[in-house]
Design a protein around this ligand. Sequence first.
Ligand code: HEM
Length: 419
Amino acid sequence: MLNSKNMPREEGIDHTLSLMREGYMYILNRRRSFNSDVFETRLFGKKAICMGGKEASKVFYDNEKFKRNGAAPNRAIQTLFGKNSVQVLDGQNHKHRKKMFMSILSPDRINKLTDTTKKQWEKAIDKWEHMDKVIFYEEAKEILCRTACEWAGVPVQENEIRNLTNDLGAMFESAGVIGPTHWLGRKARNSVEKWIGEMVDKVRNRTLNPPENTVLNKFAMHRDLDGNLLDARTVAVEVINILRPIVAIAVFLNFILLTLYNFPEEKGKIKSGGEEYTQMFIQEVRRFYPFFPFIMALVKKDFIWNGYKFEEGTLTLLDIYGTNHDPEVWENPDVFNPNRFAQWDRSPFNFIPQGGGDYFMGHRCAGEWVTIEVMKVGLNFLVNQLDYEVPDQDLSYSMVNMPSIPHSKLIIKDVKKRI
Ligand code: HEM
């Protein structure tokens, strides 16, 4: 092997506490101080490499260099991902499972989803008109939970909706925290996995018949590379891999509302700017605000990149937030400016709010198009179809918590549907 140079290194026994303290800025702060897109540190009690920026994300998404199995911490598997999910598969098994996800995300199915979302927004607004105050984050999660279940073919009774919304929310709200909230997330996952697992059995013995092209139907009947049905619990994990992140779009909807409040001039631009400006606005919301801080993988086999040695088995973190705020790519990255997307080169490696690279060959988010379309529906309601007031409240948001939600969860009042 070629000789390698020393990678910039953060000295000390372990820096997990700094990661927890600095949150979304941890990797970017060190990339700046080392003046390097890659550095070595120690996290979670072991050696780790952190990297960010376009070139780093190109390497990170090279399936010959990195693998996912064994990289995600147990606490994320027990809450966010679930066991044996697509996130922890590699090679042919990953490709085959990913195809299952992409098959239910055709343009037709996405249209069906946006129609369902619109219907749920209409219903929610009828309710909001009679409420003294609306806690937008909680309401948005419920709209999305109803949408996701109906679209995915998962039957849910009216009196179960609030609990299910809370359980799906707990799975992504608890992954990055310790203590009771984390345990709520584990409990929520166990009960929803069991509930959906029982549905899968019923689909297979035909006592439950969800519509043909729905997630529940397709996933329940999916066969692995050996031609076997997946075990019911794994199907439940993957159905949740659709329901949970659809509910999580509430985080982006909150940031849309916050943006419209902080930059009211955006409303006029959205109204006059047509499809093109709407698309750029949505992209800028996904770039600007914190959501996922980083993605983890393990070095698959020794290699050298930019003169630095990556040793087999080393935990590696790709900086999502920092790549979306990299001044090499984004001029004045900390300014909210949708117009920057008019010049964006559409590289799959420099704008990675939902991961980068290829959807089918790699781990890039299966639901990125869904997210964008569902955000557009919400934006249209907030700009063109609703009047509301935003009373005084704490609108600040954390740069440490994952996910980050404005502290007040965004309260609106005097909601009126525009006629
Ligand atoms: C709420 C906004 C969302 C954000 C911020 C987000 C973010 C991400 C990120 C960062 C990844 C990991 C990429 C990687 O490992 O390289 C991912 C993967 C994934 N996302 Fe999303 N996502 C969102 C919405 C969705 C939606 C709506 C769906 C489904 C309809 C979805 C389904 C998935 C799946 C199945 C994976 C695993 C892909 C794989 O491992 O091959 N996500 N997402």
